[in-house]
Ligand binder design. Sequence first.
Ligand SMILES: [Zn+2]
Length: 383
Amino acid sequence: MIFRTTNTRTPRPALRKVRTTPTPRPLRHRLDPARVEEIPFRTTDGVRLGLTRIDTGDRAPAHDRPAVLLLHGHTASADMFLLPETRNLVDSLLDEGYEPWLLDWRGSCRLPYNETGRRYTYDDVALYDIPEAVAHIRTRIGDRPLFAVAHCIGSLTLSLSMTAGLVPGLAGVVSQGVFLTPKLAGRTSLRMSLAGELLKSRIDHIPVDFRKVGLWSKYTPLFALASRKATCPDPTCQILHNSAWGTGASLFVHEHLTETTHDRLAELLGPAPLWILPHLRRIELARTVVRWHDTDHRYRTLPQNALDAAARIDAPVLLLAGSENGLWLDSQRLCRDVLAHRQPQLDVTYTEIPGYGHLDTFLGRGAALDVFGHILGFLGERR
Ligand SMILES: [Zn+2]
């Protein structure tokens, strides 16, 4: 019998409490709770996700409220667009008469799947989570325009959905950090492969909350590595700011965060699963978004190579990036250049935010002033 497995190991005792419920952790916001509509839904492959609609109140007549889908990065959550401690993107969108819709896709830290539950690849996000969320929103908004603002892996997977033709007719897409041409810092990609190989035998995810894992644990060497040359004494900040879950990249410009946001990092960014690394590694080596599943027919809708299928993009795209992005470097500028050469008919623009890193384009204390204006300007011209 080929598939017979023999379990020779004795099961390990549970060392820590992990969340296994698929009900999303409550959102943190300062909106009137009556305006926050939480819509749990189950994808056709059986994964429970969270969609949240923010009611605009009476700020704009119903027929004149374009909807905006917000997609967080991997291990972040819808919380990244709702920070109570700063003027956040949802505030800015509401003031301009947009109806924000926030998706917690399966990589959200409000959901349990990064730590427990069924493993997934970015194919699943592109095939199920994003198109099915978009379909759900469309049933509610009718023929009102629908935009998308997507960060990091949320944007990378959106590019795969778009080039598969699974989310046609978006009014416009704002992509932050990375889109069709992922390019990681050299030491990041090296560490990513080394960390993956060395660590996957012992642990399956990289935690960010030092308080939960304790001072002496199997994760101690990771935190020790991250603390090298760190200027901030906070271990969670070190593993994110100084090391990006052990990859050696930097996720934000430190002084752009308020003290409150800095203290909430372990809540805003959850543990990173190591089992996603093979797909990320394949994407990084290809320098474009490629699907993971080669033989499983369920994924044949997705292009093998999203860049080669870029002609299917039917929405204007704004590529945004901080000039100091320490994770994806100048991937967005590269994307603009490559698309200008290969698909000159596409409506693609690139805007660089001087002095900004990666996550601080949304979490930063001054993001409303320095970043959101570019997003609102782009949406405003196309609404
Ligand atoms: Zn810090």
